[in-house]
Design a protein around this ligand. Structure first.
Ligand code: AMP
Length: 473
């Protein structure tokens, strides 16, 4: 299907063609005709699927008819982060370049005065984070009673960030007759409930996550002890052909610590996290995009939706607590068909978090050894029993493992081997994944003549007795 079949104006089609798009993505193909016809849409789609254009393109055409009034925005787009809001604003500029639409971006960290001036003049599109929007509403600077289209983008992210009460408050200020579009990467029960409350007879659209995650990202796992992480990262950056990289930490404090460590070692780095003033965040991102900075150490504020052209590497310095964040983090590279590399550093206690990621992405992650850094081993907490299962390190094998190893053919004779290969990498099956189950089944086979666990050497007499055939009465 071509864009011309989607009921878009010649001006929007020209803007799409200028952007270099040939065909609509699945979410665009499915959503645009419904948005154009005024239907409510519930879209299950992630960033990277072309989701933004799926609502911005038809909105540009809808807005082309009608006029703005002071302080009464005609459409409202809610975004969870300032970065995403800024990106959506850039999309409006790109796709609406042949229309004369007015837009205001209401995000924290920017001057109230500028934003109020724009609102006073009247805007077609308001793109806002919930907190700043409610601030301005509280000051009497906005009236939402004439807002005809509402977009709630990244609803699950809003939920994670605790914005849902603000969103509910905002929706209550809009007319009931509005058109509502709600997009979410996942559909937990809470989001379903919101959709039931906010949407009217919506068209439901779900598209697969972008090759979940991009097939063009080559992923690796580095198993290290915590004290070796920074050295391992430095070695990797030096040995890899890193053009530019995002390095994710779980906590803002660690972003700063890692940044200072990298600069002390002569690396060209900067930081990005939610506590920085917006002007500084925007400036840092611009410098990173322009290639003035090679390494950007960031919190998850940079994980979703950021589109940095040609990003060569993503390093997850910490294993993210939520498996989906891994997909978002590494999805910053390998975009638009380009090849990207990602490395995740995991310490022994990250075992369960790594398993959750492997389950989510449905494939194993190659583990890679870094020369001069001792490889650690993951521990898995058995949640049912509340006990930790620690795999023994080499040289500390349990007697069962030693016995099993004795039965295996010598290294080199076996087509399967468990050690790291000569290329410095191997594929680790993680517990719970289909390949891990296959590997366990295969390992169990030669062990059928082991003594029965639980009885020791003693064979209970009742098992040794020949079976008695009971006569029927
Ligand atoms: P999004 O999911 O909205 O964050 O979009 C991800 C990226 O896909 C952005 O860089 C868009 O410019 C790009 N994009 C959106 N629609 C298309 C399309 N139809 N063809 C090619 N690229 C697209």
């Amino acid at each position: 299907m071509g864009f011309f079949e989607l009921d878009l104006s010649p001006e929007v089609l020209q803007a799409v063609s200028d952007a270099g798009y040939i065909n609509p993505t699945p979410i665009q193909e499915k959503a645009i005709p419904h948005v154009r016809r005024g239907r409510d849409v519930l879209g299950c789609a992630q960033t990277g699927t072309g989701k933004t254009a799926s609502f911005v393109l038809p909105m540009v055409d809808i807005l082309a008819a009608g006029r703005t009034r002071a302080r009464m925005p005609r459409t409202l787009i809610l975004e969870p982060t300032r970065e995403l809001a800024t990106q959506v604003a850039a999309s409006f500029e790109l796709y609406g370049k042949y229309h004369r639409l007015t837009m205001a971006l209401l995000i924290g960290g920017e001057s109230f005065a500028d934003q109020e001036r724009k609102l006073d003049r009247g805007v077609d599109v308001l793109i806002a984070t919930p907190g700043r929007l409610l601030d301005l509403y509280g000051r009497g600077k906005i009236l939402l009673s004439d807002t005809r289209i509402l977009v709630i983008d990244e609803a699950d992210r809003m939920l994670d960030m605790g914005f849902i009460p603000d969103v509910e408050h905002i929706v209550g200020l809009l007319p009931d007759t509005r058109q509502t579009l709600l997009f979410s990467a996942t559909m937990p029960a809470e989001i379903r409930k919101l959709a039931d409350a906010f949407l009217r007879n919506p068209v439901e659209i779900a598209v697969a996550p972008p090759a979940s995650p991009a097939a063009t990202v080559i992923q690796s796992l580095i198993l290290v002890d915590p004290q070796d992480k920074r050295e391992a990262l430095r070695r990797l950056i030096r040995s890899e052909d890193v053009k530019n990289a995002l390095i994710f930490c779980n906590r803002k404090r660690d972003v700063d610590i890692l940044f200072r460590s990298l600069t002390r070692h002569g690396f060209d780095a900067a930081t990005l996290h939610g506590d920085m003033p917006q002007s500084k965040r925007t400036e840092t991102l611009d410098r990173f995009r322009n290639g003035d900075i090679r390494l950007l150490v960031a919190s998850d504020v940079a994980a979703r939706g950021l589109d940095i052209e040609g990003l060569s590497h993503v390093f997850c310095f910490d294993v993210p607590a939520h498996a989906e964040d891994y997909v978002h983090r590494i999805g910053r590279t390998g975009r638009a068909g380009r090849e990207g590399r990602s490395f995740m550093f995991a310490t022994p206690q990250d075992g369960n978090a790594v398993v959750a990621i492997v389950k989510l992405i449905g494939k194993e992650i190659r583990s890679q050894i870094i020369e001069g850094i001792e490889a650690a081993e993951l521990q898995y907490e058995d949640r049912r029993r509340g006990r930790s299962r620690r795999p023994a390190r080499s040289g500390q094998r349990s007697s069962r493992e030693a016995a099993a190893a004795d039965r295996r053919p010598p290294a080199g004779e076996s087509p399967r081997h468990n050690g790291h290969d000569t290329a410095g990498s191997n594929v680790m099956p993680f517990p719970g994944t289909p390949s891990a189950r296959r590997a366990r089944r295969a390992e169990r086979k030669p062990e059928h003549d082991e003594p029965v666990i639980g009885f020791g050497d003693h064979l209970p007499a009742f098992l040794a007795r020949p079976p008695r055939i009971l006569a029927r009465s």
